[in-house]
Design a binder for this molecule. Structure first.
Ligand code: NAP
Length: 248
């Protein structure tokens, strides 16, 4: 068990990649708090993991709302007494060509993906500092690394911002025993991406070297590594997870 007795928060853990991370963390012995804007979804995941509610809790949180985030941190502390791992996974995309990208659409994506990540990092930092240890894992994207088909400028900018935030956070908090790393997945097959025709999903995968599709579990396995002691000499990095699309 890689994460035995550690306490992990996973934002946007009600479905997709976040759900896979919550499930794998739980199976590695972690106690998990799933934060999602969709409470019934988060609750259905925690109930399936632990119906007693002692080792898995669901909290309704909009990561862009400072008050909700602060209250959720207090609830995790009151239930589990500590926070060892924060996975900033909640994210949205609203793609439009630049001419049709209104300020509202641009800012809505920046707000969840980048500002939400900042708000959650800031909320847990004092607790991790007091503990003298903590691991922050931010879910970025291949779209923040390089121009990709089907990725809007808002999404790309937000995810590039997440990578910069992660690097600076790692420097700032490292001396306090807090690690900050990012994962930049390429196309991942989730319920949502499965709704696109296979030929569209295939265009996102152009250039990959490994022919299997990326799965939420692939991201979760990398998250386990970054959350565990096995990565104790790694901070400020972004792990690319894309079957080789980015080989250059
Ligand atoms: P997903 O299936 O849409 O799941 C994201 C979850 O986050 C949903 O439950 C969503 O709720 C929730 N959420 C949205 N806004 C929120 C907010 N303000 N506060 C709290 N929760 C919120 O997404 P996914 O595909 O698993 O992606 C997870 C992360 O990986 C995202 O950061 C995404 O950008 C990144 N990523 C995904 C891929 C991919 O191919 N899937 C590739 C690279 C990176 P609602 O559904 O109600 O909005």
């Amino acid at each position: 068990m890689e994460l035995k007795d550690l306490v992990a928060i996973i934002t946007g853990g009600g479905k997709g990649i976040g759900k896979a991370i919550a499930e794998k963390f739980f199976s590695e012995g972690a106690r998990v708090a799933i934060w999602d804007i969709d409470f019934p979804l988060a609750k259905s995941v925690t109930t399936s993991l632990d119906s007693s509610g002692k080792k898995a809790i669901a909290i309704k949180v909009d990561v862009t709302n400072e008050t909700e985030v602060a209250l959720a941190v207090s609830e995790v502390i009151s239930q589990f007494n500590r926070i060892d791992i924060l996975v900033n996974n909640a994210g949205i995309s609203r793609h439009k060509p630049i001419e049709e990208m209104t300020l509202e659409i641009f800012e809505s994506v920046m707000k969840v993906n980048l500002t939400g990540t900042f708000i959650c990092c800031r909320a847990v930092a004092p607790i991790m500092k007091k503990q003298g240890r903590g691991k922050i894992i931010n879910i970025a994207s291949l779209g923040g690394r390089t121009g990709r088909p089907g990725v809007g400028v808002n999404y790309a900018a937000s995810k590039a911002g997440v990578i910069g935030l992660t690097q600076t956070l790692a420097r700032e908090l490292g001396p306090s025993g807090i690690y900050a790393n990012a994962i930049a997945p390429g196309p991942i097959l989730t319920e949502q991406t499965k709704q696109y025709p296979p030929e569209v999903f295939a265009t996102w995968n152009i250039g990959r070297a490994i022919m299997k599709d990326g799965l939420p579990e692939d991201v979760a396995d990398t998250a386990i590594f970054l959350a565990s002691k096995r990565s104790d000499w790694i901070t400020g990095v972004t792990i690319d997870l894309n079957g080789g699309i980015l080989i250059r």
